[in-house]
Ligand binder design. Structure first.
Ligand SMILES: *Cc1c(COP(=O)(O)O)cnc(C)c1O
Length: 470
């Protein structure tokens, strides 16, 4: 589906055309007579519920009792045969099924090459190492991400430098990149966080101008697109994760994609002890060329990946459709600001559905209480990431012998580091505003999305009651 959600203004206009200019005051939804309300107010028929029903957190009946779609999805009829064949064959270490999975993943995202590895974290470590990122270098990263983006930078001995985010999109803010570039800066890791594409259109020219390696962290962004090109294929390398929660789930697993043959040959060697490109598992005594490690995927993991890959495209469409629908429904609720996508995004992955919660519009209700109340209504939700740019793991690295040898003292002073790496927009997202719904919820029905919107609205209309009982 081409992805053009209505602007807020267009939505209000569209809904006022029906004769009820109530989009700005969703509480009206529950107070005007039912027949009129069900006909017009929101894009779809509103869920039947009563504003008079007390909040579940205050002892009322939860708005929703039904379960959400579980994740991962496994269908024995279609998914099991290949896996059983592999298990019965006794060929479990890397062989043909892994190669087939790599070829399919490369074709799926539109990259020349793909190498599978044990997880997304090690995909990033391998990519950084094979672009020769080492001690003494700096790597630009966003603070709004999973630790799995930053730990790989430290693993190479390089110094992570945090670039603040654009709170509207939750992505690294291209306007803040150049100020962070120093003579040590060698690479940037744009993260397509939450499965929403980062602004590659702006990031790539900046990287080019400063001669930076671009390694995309697409660990949450399977099949997301900018101008119909899949993310992970814009930079010098793209890294994916197939961990259990991810949109393509294997349990554990990862991949590097790139069009750079020499780089991909080196990544292959690295993932197999540094032995020559193409050497198969179990071969010994052939001469080791580069410093490597062992990151090989197993045949049964690849069989699981191939099975789930068959549904990924359809599931991604469902997530996009439900996300657009839910976004259109909740954006009119005061204090609820859903994610924005950049104009050239043609598809997102929606590993998560994020919105910002603005306490003021909810009469001062804390995000913590909002999350509790929403969960109590039968809508599981969370606050998401904590700030990554000031945690002790950084100082632990800085105190190591290798860092002490590779960087001047001033760079390793933790207080000074935290000061230089402040990201106030990220602080606000992490500490005050971000709310997440998980991708499996977006695999549900329209009715499921209606439930989410109705529950948020129920809390909005009764926020004062929550405050009174605090
Ligand atoms: C999951 C994830 C990783 C790491 O992938 P693993 O397979 O869990 O090692 C890295 N970056 C981001 C943004 C992720 O979501």
């Amino acid at each position: 589906m081409a992805f053009k959600p209505l602007t807020r203004r267009a939505f209000i206009k569209r809904n006022s055309l029906t004769g009820f200019g109530v989009a700005l005051a969703p509480s009206v939804l529950t107070t005007i007579p039912a027949p009129a309300a069900s006909a017009t107010v929101l894009l779809a028929a509103p869920t039947v519920h009563s504003a008079a029903e007390p909040l579940a957190l205050l002892g009322g009946k939860p708005l929703r009792a039904k379960d959400w779609p579980t994740w991962p999805i496994w269908k024995p009829e279609t998914d099991e045969k290949r896996l059983l064949d592999v298990i019965r064959s006794g060929v479990w270490s890397r062989a043909n099924v892994v190669t087939e999975f790599e070829e399919k993943w490369a074709a799926t995202v539109g990259a020349k090459r793909c190498l599978s590895v044990v997880n997304g974290t090690n995909a990033l470590i391998a990519a950084l190492a094979q672009y020769n990122i080492r001690g003494g270098d700096e790597v630009l990263v966003p603070p709004y991400t999973f630790i799995g983006t930053v730990a790989p930078v430290l693993a190479t001995g390089a110094m992570p430098v945090f670039v603040d985010v654009d709170p509207e999109t939750f992505q690294i803010d291209p306007a803040k990149i150049e100020a962070k570039i120093t003579p040590r800066t060698r690479a940037i890791i744009p993260v397509h966080i939450l499965g929403l594409p980062a602004n590659m259109t702006k990031i790539l020219p900046i990287a080019k101008k400063h001669n930076l390696i671009v390694i995309e962290d697409a660990c949450q962004a399977h099949l997301a697109e900018i101008n119909r090109q899949k993310v992970g294929t814009f930079g010098d390398a793209g890294c994916f994760s197939f961990q259990n929660s991810k949109n393509l789930a294997i349990g554990e697993g990862g991949a590097i994609v790139s069009n750079n043959d020499a780089f991909m040959d080196r990544c292959f060697s690295y993932h197999n002890y540094g032995n020559p490109y193409g050497t198969v598992s179990g071969v010994i005594g052939i001469g080791t060329l580069i410093q490597g490690t062992k990151l090989r995927l197993t045949e049964y993991q690849a069989a699981i990946g191939l099975a789930l890959l068959q549904r990924l495209d359809t599931e991604t469409s469902t997530r996009n459709e439900n996300a657009a629908y839910l976004k259109a429904k909740i954006r009119s609720i005061p204090g609820i600001v859903p994610y924005k996508l950049y104009d050239d995004v043609t598809r997102a992955a929606f590993h998560l559905f994020p919105f910002r919660f603005q306490q003021k519009a909810f009469k001062g209700l804390s995000r913590e209480l909002f999350l509790k109340a929403l969960t109590a209504e039968g809508i599981p939700c969370s606050k998401g990431y904590a700030t990554l740019n000031n945690m002790p793991y950084l100082n632990d690295a800085f105190r190591s012998k290798n860092y002490q040898k590779m960087y001047p003292k001033e760079m390793l002073d933790f207080k000074g580091y935290v000061e230089r790496n402040q990201c106030p927009q990220n602080d606000r997202l992490c500490n005050e505003e971000a709310v997440w719904l998980t991708q499996n919820m977006l695999l549900g029905s329209r009715q499921d999305m209606d439930d989410i919107a109705s529950a948020i609205e129920k809390i909005y209309t009764q926020a004062d009651k929550l405050l009174a009982t605090k």
